[in-house]
Ligand binder design. Structure first.
Ligand code: BG6
Length: 466
């Protein structure tokens, strides 16, 4: 398929997150993190949060794909794609094992030094998330996670440490991964993922989520300010999960419902981009009797710490009616029930740019599917190529035809990794297959899929040869 050639400095890349690939969950002084107490689930069985590590439970992050020990070979392989950048996260608990130490864990810092140095040797720019769905587990036990504002200075200390340590190596940063996911009250695991919050007691759940979200917004703003102070060349973005809300029909009630859904989903972006809360969310809180404890110092920090760009993940759109989120009859779904909507990516880019006028960065897009390894070891994944091709084409139209400034495009899980939503290994996104199954069995051998050569051609042609 013929696409549009994008500028030479466009950041084509791939993305993963520390706990979904590294394994080595207690190696070299790392502390337990919240992701380490999430059991594996599957399409039909939700993951469970256990009180600490329980005997007899299977936790897929403990070994993941052993990237901690194999990153050099993995990056050598991924470099063959011609990646311009690679996104991963720093696991806070590798640097401050409980979150409360006064001095960082040197072994953890050295690991990321080696990782970033390896990327730079290949000419690949690191894009680094400061908090991707994990915090030191101790902070949940001692403070109840992000509901307690004492986490703010602890997070800022961690950020200052890594900004100083990796100055000159890392320029692109993201603060909290998919910070707005916790606002999906129908999927309470996300409040645990973002903030270490339990859904019980239910009566205070929303109050606790909004408070934690506020504390993270302040921490994010302070991190942006610290990152700029330490290296004015840093480019620091927010990271949203963005599934644009379409009205399920043109019934005015559905249109208003979609508008309200969208406003709620984006209020954290409003704060991170504009430095203040929008009126709607304050009205909502006053109706619900929520108080997030905002201080005048918080308000000043939010104003001073707006982001340079909007990083966002795009997997799907949503169809919203006055009765809630409904399925969209015009879209096919993946085997995991995720609607597939390439044009929604063009729509998302246009909407975000018109709303915020900030550069955008598609830091996650991809297709989770089961792959079959043939007898000769080959893996044919035309469904993944079809998904990516259509999405990239729509992004290119947004850039070239609509004039939306986009910094780059990262394919999620460019090497197979643990699915966050289900904890499965066999919901695969990668160009590189990893021999490991949902129960942790397998040789961990890496193998290129057909999509590998396709993405290499896309990058080499600057996006023209789709
Ligand atoms: C995003 C997350 O929500 O989607 C990733 O930032 C996650 O951590 C990705 O892995 C894909 O979701 P899943 O549930 O298929 O792994």
């Amino acid at each position: 398929m013929q696409g549009f050639a994008l500028p030479a400095d466009f950041l084509w890349g791939g993305a993963v997150a520390a706990h979904q690939v590294e394994g080595a969950y207690l190696t070299d002084g790392k502390g337990l993190c919240t992701a380490d107490v999430l059991t594996a689930g599957d399409k039909h069985t939700p993951r469970r949060v256990t009180p600490g590590v329980c005997a007899g439970c299977y936790y897929p992050t403990h070994d993941a794909i052993d990237f901690y020990h194999r990153y050099a070979q993995d990056l050598a392989l991924l470099a063959q794609l011609g990646l311009k950048c690679f996104r991963t996260s720093i696991n806070w608990a590798r640097i401050f094992p409980t979150g409360e130490e006064q001095t960082p864990n040197e072994a953890g810092l050295r690991f990321y030094d080696a990782l970033f140095d390896t990327l730079l040797q290949y000419g690949i720019e690191p894009v680094v998330t400061l908090s991707h769905f994990e915090i030191p587990y101790h902070l949940v036990e001692a403070y109840g996670g992000w509901t307690d504002r004492r986490l703010i200075p602890l997070f800022v200390r961690y950020c200052e440490t890594v900004f100083a340590r990796y100055k000159g190596k890392v320029r692109y940063w993201l603060t909290f991964n998919e910070i707005n996911n916790q606002l999906d009250f129908d999927w309470p695991m996300m409040a645990y993922a973002n903030s270490g919050i339990s859904p019980e007691p239910a009566a205070s759940f929303r109050q606790r989520v909004y408070t934690a979200a506020h504390n993270e917004l302040v921490a994010s703003a302070l991190a942006v300010a610290a990152g700029k102070r330490i290296d004015p060349g840093n480019k620091i973005g927010c990271m949203l999960a963005y599934s644009p809300a379409y009205p399920r029909s043109c019934r005015p009630d559905d249109v208003l419902a979609a508008q309200a859904f969208e406003a709620h989903n984006l209020y954290m972006a409003d704060v991170q981009c504009r430095g203040a809360y929008p009126a709607e969310v304050r009205r909502l809180w006053s109706r619900e009797g929520v108080s997030v404890g905002e201080t005048p110092e918080d308000a000043a920090a939010l104003r001073a710490g707006t982001v340079d760009y909007i990083g966002f993940s795009y997997y799907m759109s949503k169809a919203v009616s006055a009765r809630g989120v409904r399925s969209n009859p015009y879209l096919e779904k993946s085997d995991w029930g995720w609607p597939v909507d390439p044009k929604g990516l063009r729509y998302a880019l246009g909407t975000l740019y018109r709303t915020y006028q900030k550069p955008l960065f598609v830091v996650e897009n991809g297709f989770g599917a089961a792959d079959t390894v043939e007898a000769d070891g080959s893996i044919h994944d035309p469904y993944r190529v079809a998904y990516l091709r259509e999405h990239i084409l729509q992004m290119e139209k947004a850039i070239v035809l609509d004039g939306v400034p986009v910094l780059g495009y990262l394919v999620w899980g460019c090497i197979d990794c643990v699915s966050f939503g289900t904890g499965e290994m066999e919901k695969r996104y990668g160009f590189v297959h990893v021999d490991r199954d949902n129960r942790g069995a397998g040789t961990l051998r890496r193998c290129k899929k057909d999509s590998f050569a396709w993405y290499r051609r896309v990058i080499a042609s600057k996006g023209e040869a789709l």
